[in-house]
Design a protein around this ligand. Structure first.
Ligand code: F6R
Length: 242
């Protein structure tokens, strides 16, 4: 794992955007894995600005998001579909048909998981996966204890994850209890991974990631086994003992 330390959230976002833009510009057709949450918002903002200023085009980019809440429709303001539209897709020239997010409203969620996993495979896999990390080490919605062999699957969200995400909802009660997430094996199949980490609240997770062994109790630890991971972390997340 290559770790790049940057000063703050803005610099993390800029550095990450440079990485993503270079990848897009250097490939004919790129498949990106995308994350939601607070961490990548700055990156998406930088991509939008670059699209407007420098004209980087997304006409040949395909995207697959990591996860979606079960029970939220595409129209729900808290769905990850809406998040992606308002934070990225509506502001760049990507055809919506080339963007993919698991459906949280599928009649058969298990079937939706299989369909999603197959779609990623049929698209030739993910070239570059963007990840954030949960305070408990989750990646996607793969909570501690998730099998490293897992493909896209249904998860019961832990209380700590629901509480962390409650800031986007009116109340904790409204936060869905389940989600569909790419599994650890789906994520590990990506050819390259870019993990973004910012802020003091991620310091402990960052420390565990760097110091602990690979264990299903800390899902992000599997990244140590991936041949091409870059972590861009700001000093608040890395400031271990200062
Ligand atoms: C989001 C996702 C999650 C987040 C993680 C960190 O699609 O898969 O794993 O990356 O919960 O969230 P933030 O960035 O809000 O701290």
């Amino acid at each position: 794992m290559k770790i790049i330390e940057v000063s703050d959230y803005k610099q993390m976002s800029v550095k990450a955007s440079q990485h993503v833009i270079a990848k897009i510009r250097n490939s004919d057709c790129l498949t990106l894995g995308l994350a939601t949450g607070g961490t990548p918002k700055g990156l998406y903002g930088e991509l939008i600005e670059d699209h407007h200023v420098n004209g980087t085009s997304y006409k040949c980019v395909n995207t697959f998001n990591l996860d979606e809440y079960i029970g939220l429709s595409k129209e729900d303001p808290n769905s990850y579909y809406q998040y992606m539209c308002s934070n990225l897709f509506s502001h760049i020239d990507i055809p919506l048909s080339q963007t993919h997010i698991p459906s949280g409203m599928a009649d058969d969620a298990a079937e939706e998981c299989r369909r999603y996993e197959n779609m990623i495979e049929d698209a030739g896999g993910i070239d570059l996966q963007i990840l954030g990390i949960g305070e408990n080490g989750h990646i996607g919605f793969n909570e501690p204890g998730t099998s490293f062999q897992s493909a896209t699957h249904i998860v019961d969200l832990t209380e700590s994850t629901r509480e962390a995400n409650a800031r986007y909802f009116e109340s904790l009660d409204e936060v869905p209890r389940q989600a569909i997430t790419m599994g650890i094996s789906s994520i590990m199949k990506s050819r390259e991974i870019l993990l973004l980490v910012s802020g003091e609240s991620k310091r402990e997770a960052m420390q565990k990631l760097m110091e602990n062994d690979v264990t299903e109790n800390f899902p992000a630890s599997i990244l140590k086994k991936h041949p091409k991971v870059t972590i861009i972390a700001d000093s608040a997340a890395l400031d271990l003992k200062r």
